[in-house]
Design a protein around this ligand. Structure first.
Ligand code: FES
Length: 145
């Protein structure tokens, strides 16, 4: 199935082209738009981004596969990104990870999510959850699942 950016996204991309120094730099926002539009990054979406930006599909693919927040397949379970970097580790991310092992979610270990002051932190879709405890995790998952 072909991937076609929505009219709204095409307008956003054209506006961003004026602000970004190179087509490669636009790769990340285009990947975000594609993922929000389709739920994941399909090969067809990679081709569409490549064509829209005038860069090789492999350049888009490399960016999509470098970052843990992009999904190259449809997601059946909730993706829970848990920071495993120092501040979060010192504040209990190991307990959060252990607690999540028994849940029906995909656990993704990530590097610093940029919210070290509120560690431990996890991210689900675009939402940050901070100052986590196992009890808080249960309450969050109860609401989302
Ligand atoms: S160390 Fe976890 S958010 Fe920075």
């Amino acid at each position: 199935m072909n991937f076609i950016f929505t009219e709204e996204n095409l307008i956003k991309i054209e506006a961003l082209k004026l602000r970004y120094p190179s087509p490669q730099a636009l790769c990340l926002p285009c990947l975000w738009m594609a993922q929000h539009q389709e739920g994941y990054i399909s090969i067809n979406a990679i081709d569409a981004i490549s064509e829209t930006l005038g860069i090789a599909p492999m350049e888009v693919y490399r960016v999509a596969t470098f970052y843990t927040m992009f999904h190259l397949e449809p997601q059946e379970k909730l993706n829970v990104q848990v920071c495993k970097t120092l501040s979060c580790k010192l504040c209990g991310s190991d307990a959060i990870l252990e607690h999540l092992k028994n849940k029906e979610v995909n656990i993704i270990h990530t590097e610093c999510l940029g919210s070290c002051g509120t560690a431990p932190v996890m991210q689900i879709n675009d939402t940050f959850y901070e100052n986590l405890t196992p009890e808080k995790v249960d309450a969050i998952l109860k609401e989302l699942l």
